[in-house]
Design a protein around this ligand. Structure first.
Ligand code: SAM
Length: 296
């Protein structure tokens, strides 16, 4: 086995050899601690039967750990300057393919079909994400038809806390619900700033997402459900009723009916949005759709 890329010495050596300068705008903070990498792959639970997609391999620090433990790895990297470096650092691994592409624009399904020798093998996504685009990357993947079993991501600690939050806490919000509706989310561990080169401004966290067999709640119209959820969090200090009446002003004429209907599903409309569970939001959306349909 070759020497790990993720040590301060080897990383500095590689960067120097290629005269590589970090691009802050691409969220380039490379991991220089093999223990953290081991804990990430452990959290992901890889086996030689698993295909892995990585986003943003950098100089290959995480990629080589994935290559050692998984069946095959396909890594999407946006920065052209990293292509010759990755070809060099990952040369000991024959089960890695680097796709030079922006993950937000790539046709991931097509790449899976073309690059994995067995595209039907169980698929996991593992990445130390570029922090400037964390949320769009995760939401895009969730809404795509990429058949992923789990996702293990390093991201800003604060975002990791929001994604894994429970109702009634400050971190709980529309991002929590957008993700937990499809995935079981857990915060695996916190990562300090000093295991990166260069050191970022914020601490990080590892989030582990496992796809649910079916969404957490029965929802008739997902677009409307997510619209209601976002509306309920527009002003966190306002009640559910006030936020909903602001989003749907026609509701004001049906205040009493709304209160009664919500009471029937055991939801006091003076509660704050942040106290509602996902099934409660689903029930609220169903009632609201009925009321609004009658007004229209
Ligand atoms: N995986 C490496 C590690 O852990 O050391 C590097 C992680 S670094 C936080 C993020 C990587 O994502 C960088 O290599 C950056 O160039 C790449 N990147 C940024 N935006 C991207 C995008 N839209 N699509 C693909 N890769 C991207």
């Amino acid at each position: 086995m070759s020497k790990d890329i993720a040590t301060p010495g080897r990383t500095a050596e590689i960067l120097k050899k290629y005269g590589f300068l970090f691009k802050k705008s691409l969220g380039q903070n490379f991991l220089i601690d093999s223990n953290i990498l081991r804990r990430i792959t452990e959290t992901a639970g890889l086996t030689k039967e698993t295909n892995v997609i990585e986003i943003g391999p950098g100089i290959g620090a995480l990629t080589e750990h994935l290559a050692r433990e998984a069946r095959e790895v396909v890594a999407f990297e946006i920065d052209q300057r990293l292509m010759p470096i990755l070809a060099d650092t990952l040369s000991p691994y024959s089960n890695v393919h680097i796709e030079h592409a922006d993950i937000l624009k790539a046709d991931v399904e097509d790449v899976i079909a073309r690059q994995f020798t067995d595209p039907k093998a169980p698929l996991k996504i593992v990445a130390n994400l570029p922090y400037y685009v964390t949320t769009p990357i995760i939401l895009n993947l969730l809404h795509s038809r990429v058949p992923v079993n789990s996702m293990t991501f390093m991201l800003q600690k604060e975002v990791a806390e929001r994604i894994s939050a429970v109702p009634g806490t400050k971190s709980y919000g529309s991002l929590t619900i957008a993700i937990q509706y499809y995935m079981e989310a857990s915060l695996a561990f916190i990562v300090p700033k000093n295991v990166f080169m260069p050191k970022p401004n914020v601490d990080s966290g590892i989030i582990h997402l496992v796809r649910r067999e079916k969404p957490l709640a029965h929802v008739q119209d997902e677009t409307f459900f997510f619209e209601v959820v976002r509306a309920a969090f527009v002003n966190r200090r306002k009640t559910l009723w006030n936020n909903l009446a602001q989003k749907y002003p026609e509701l004001k004429a049906k205040r009493q009916e709304t209160e009664e209907r919500f009471a029937r599903i055991e939801i006091d409309f003076k509660r704050r949005g942040e106290t509602l569970s996902i099934p409660e939001f689903a029930a609220v959306a169903t009632e609201l759709a009925e009321i609004l349909k009658k007004i229209a």
